[in-house]
Design a protein around this ligand. Structure first.
Ligand SMILES: C[S@@+](CC[C@H](N)C(=O)[O-])C[C@H]1O[C@@H](n2cnc3c(N)ncnc32)[C@H](O)[C@@H]1O
Length: 289
């Protein structure tokens, strides 16, 4: 199956409110398929973009998408938790603006990498396929207490206890190998009601654990705040409340920042109609004093 293209979210808002005409160096910490970067480079002709992603497949797509902009783009594989080191290695010590567009891309969701409930391929869920830990390890090796904690804390799933217990019981018959098997197991525990797939929260939790997403965000944001130039801006698009809380608290508690968005910017109804995947996006922006 060929992965579907990713539609970038809140593009107009990023262009108008995160970036200004005066900016010269912009960091796209999650360049993905290059959707945001493409629009930014097109709109601001004096900007150069340094694009980062942990996912080598995404970078291959970004390379093609951003080819027309030639030397205005530098792409690098790396985890934004090491932002300072990765930028310093390329001689970049400060920048005017940075965007973190968190979560998974459509390329990952539809790429048969175990991110999606219907994937009958191995439970993987790694954004960086060179890292060791996969969802198979988490689901088949973590003990009851650890599984329950992850599903409760990272998924905010109120049936965490029952789901963790069902996983442990099912393991007696052998490993849970595919995303589909795990999703089916959760459907059996929770039943099917409501619009949300019953496994949504558990999948989110396991993905966060596999990719260490919350710690990465805290570390990446810290480096971004340190390195951002005066009057430069930091923008984060998040897709669930755990990430949004981290961003809100870090922005509010850092005396070097002015928070630009007292309330997060959310997609318009038109955007949600055109791209339902944008519905939970929240953009927060802060400016360095
Ligand atoms: C929502 S997508 C970004 C889409 C992109 N803005 C676009 O318009 O195409 C999120 C991307 O962030 C990447 N990512 C997630 N965590 C990361 C991290 N800690 N460091 C670098 N990239 C990360 C993922 O691999 C994915 O490609």
């Amino acid at each position: 199956m060929i992965a579907l293209a990713h539609t970038p979210v809140l593009v107009r808002e990023v262009i108008e409110q995160l970036i200004s005409e005066k900016f010269r160096i912009f960091i796209d910490a999650t360049v993905g398929g290059g959707g945001h970067a493409f629009s930014i480079l097109k709109h601001y002709e004096n900007i150069k973009i340094f694009g980062l992603d942990v996912d080598g497949f995404a970078l291959d797509i970004a390379k093609k998408t951003l080819e027309p902009f030639g030397e205005r783009v530098l792409l690098k594989k790396g985890n934004f938790r090491n932002l300072k080191r990765l930028l310093n290695e390329e001689g970049v010590y400060t920048f005017d603006g940075i965007l973190f567009d968190l979560g998974v891309s459509m390329y990952q969701l539809t790429g048969k990498r175990g991110f999606s409930f219907n994937d009958d391929t191995d439970l993987d869920m790694r954004m960086d396929i060179t890292q060791n830990k996969t969802a198979l390890d988490v689901v088949n090796n973590y003990d009851f207490k650890a599984l329950k904690k992850i599903i409760r804390d990272y998924g905010e799933e109120y049936r965490a206890d029952a789901i963790a217990r069902a996983i442990i019981n099912r393991r007696k018959k052998g490993d849970i190998r595919t995303a589909l098997e795990l999703a089916d197991l959760i459907v059996r525990v929770k039943g099917k009601k409501g619009r949300l797939h019953p496994a949504t929260k558990t999948f989110q939790a396991i993905r966060i654990e596999v990719n260490n997403e919350l710690e990465n965000l805290t570390k990446g944001l810290k480096d971004a705040i340190d390195m951002c130039a005066t009057k430069g801006r930091i923008g984060v698009i998040s897709f669930h409340s755990l990430e949004d809380r981290i961003v809100k608290n870090m922005f509010r508690s850092d005396e070097r920042l002015n928070v630009i968005t007292k309330k997060p910017i959310v997609p318009t109804k038109e955007e949600i109609d055109q791209n339902p995947a944008s519905r939970s996006a929240k953009l927060r922006i802060a400016e360095k004093k």
